[in-house]
Design a protein around this ligand. Sequence first.
Ligand code: GDP
Ligand code: MG
Length: 332
Amino acid sequence: MPKRSAESLLTAAQGGDRAALARMLSLVERGGEPAREVGRCLGRAGAGDRAAKAGGGDEGAAYAVGLTGAPGSGKSTLTNALVRLLRSRDQQVAVLAVDPSSPYSGGAILGDRVRMGDHALDDGVFIRSMASRGHLGGLAVATPDAVRVLRAVGFDWVLVETVGVGQVEVEVAGQADTTVVVVNPGWGDAVQAAKAGLMEIADVFVVNKADRPGASETRRDLERMLDLSGDTAGWRPPVVAAVATTGDGIDDVWTAVEAHRAHLEAAGELRDRRRRRAADEITRVIAARLLEEARHLTASEEAAALGEEVADGRLDPWSAADHLLDRGVKNL
Ligand SMILES: Nc1nc2c(ncn2[C@@H]2O[C@H](COP(=O)(O)OP(=O)(O)O)[C@@H](O)[C@H]2O)c(=O)[nH]1
Ligand SMILES: [Mg+2]
């Protein structure tokens, strides 16, 4: 650990020091006490902001857009195109590329870096890949922290690209303010999207690679599934066709994202969503710490002896647990 406090890192990052920003994100990613200190520091800074704004809403803070979909569907290419569009409007944009399975393997992330290389020298863009393996509580905890860091540093937009459609990734994408689900023509005829739980989290569908045959069929399939999905709280996810490689349809994708944002803000839903997400996050943090404590409690010799008794049928597991819990929980 360097001597620099989370506060001084934050001040530097807010002043445009990208190394300080990267350092903060590394701390957040690694977890533990340093990550908590970063979180607390952001909380204090946020409290100051709120006081200064005299009760102003949080709608002005960076807006998070999640992009999810099967590997190869074109999320990175689309993200790159969106970054280009946002930069043309003079917006500050950060990209988090989350890879839950392979934090150190180069493949996907290196490829992403190359594809996003257009922006490598642009000050208004910050691109960062995030790992999660081995992280207590997983990226479900780390990603919102990272988004908060980027928010505090003053980015207008945070684009969060997840690498696949596993359960954790869907969860991460669902934590964004607006979630974009990317599918391809014939990509498992949209049914796969439903199977992966994407219908529930999608605010916008993009049928990318619309230069390939079958795009209109896939759009129609998605619209049919949306017809069946009933109550959508006043928002029906638009289905937008795009060709990320040429930029065709990118304006329409962004128009759909902005329409969703306007919908959330008009209805006061943005705050409600963020509040619900915060409650989920707190639950997850508590669950992770309780699990850690449970592992700690059951690692003792006493626990091993009790385990033997349970295995032999001389004791029931509930009594064994009571016995260990009576020792008191220490590390919370
Ligand atoms: N034909 C076509 N290819 C695309 C399009 N968008 C992306 N690709 C290609 O699809 C491949 C995977 O794209 P990538 O953005 O890495 O997908 P990701 O895994 O979802 O991030 C790359 O070779 C892209 O050039 C598109 O709209 N049309
Ligand atoms: Mg990618």
